[in-house]
Write a protein that binds this ligand. Structure first.
Ligand SMILES: [Ca+2]
Ligand SMILES: [Ca+2]
Ligand SMILES: [Ca+2]
Ligand SMILES: [Ca+2]
Length: 244
């Protein structure tokens, strides 16, 4: 609840609307516009600003012209920001998983720029890894955050005046690159409404409610204010596409 009030007060301050009553959680009531202390970074990762990118989408791990394998490294970078479209500067832990290769280290702490990187290494020959056609490797990154919402009325909280939100399912490794969780994919168990302990060994879909701080919607506020935010990137590991 403390975070909720902070969010609301932060936005009130940003809007240059001066109200009393925001000092309860450490935000002093503002009476002088020159004294405005803009505090709009609650440090909670929004799904709308959680992204993962690769330094090379087409590493040549496999040369299919002669069936050779080369141990190859790709830098994987996560970037985080909050619901107010601001980068998050306090450290957050980002976890990584993949279907093939090695990720070193398996997690990273974001820096003052809201980014952190790990290295993906094709540490063994993929010929025996069962990757399937196309030599496609998916890497999934995830962290604790909140769902994204369309803040139609611009008050920085999810409420009845907003168009909607993105109801997140549990992260997973989309090993068959189908863009949905189905047979052949790998579960990543995290805590959620349908899996409170995060160890049920099943893929859990969204709960139908907004999971995030400060929610004042009349019917769509979830009991859990946090959820795993996530993104993935797919490498094609047989080198750059050939142009006709
Ligand atoms: Ca709103
Ligand atoms: Ca939800
Ligand atoms: Ca899939
Ligand atoms: Ca689960």
């Amino acid at each position: 609840m403390k975070i909720n009030n902070r969010l609301l007060c932060a936005f009130v301050s940003m809007s240059a609307v001066f109200l009393t009553g925001c000092s309860e959680d450490g935000f002093e009531a503002v009476t002088d516009p020159t004294q405005i202390n803009v505090t709009t970074n609650p440090g909670v990762i929004s799904q709308k600003h959680f992204s993962v990118k690769a330094s090379d989408l087409f590493p040549t791990v496999v040369d299919t012209s002669n069936n050779t394998y080369t141990e190859t490294e790709v830098t994987i970078t996560a970037r985080i920001g909050d619901r107010n479209n601001l980068s998050i500067t306090n450290p957050q832990t980002v976890q990584f998983r993949t279907e093939y290769g090695l990720i070193n280290p398996g997690s990273c702490e974001t820096d003052e720029n809201g980014t952190c990187s790990v290295t993906w290494i094709a540490d063994a020959s993929p010929f025996d890894a069962g990757l399937g056609p196309g030599y496609l490797v998916t890497i999934t990154a995830y962290a604790v955050g909140e769902e994204a919402f369309t803040d139609t009325n611009g008050n920085a909280v999810f409420d009845d005046g907003d168009a909607g939100f993105e109801d997140l399912e549990e992260p997973y490794i989309d090993a068959n690159e189908s863009d949905v969780f189905d047979a052949g994919d790998f579960i990543i168990d995290v805590a959620s409404t349908n899996d409170p302990t995060g160890v049920n060994g099943a893929h859990d879909i969204g709960d139908g409610f907004f999971n995030g701080g400060g929610c004042t919607h009349s019917s769509l506020c979830g009991a859990r204010a946090s959820i795993a935010v996530w993104d993935d990137v797919t490498l094609k590991i047989d080198g750059p596409p050939t142009t006709p």
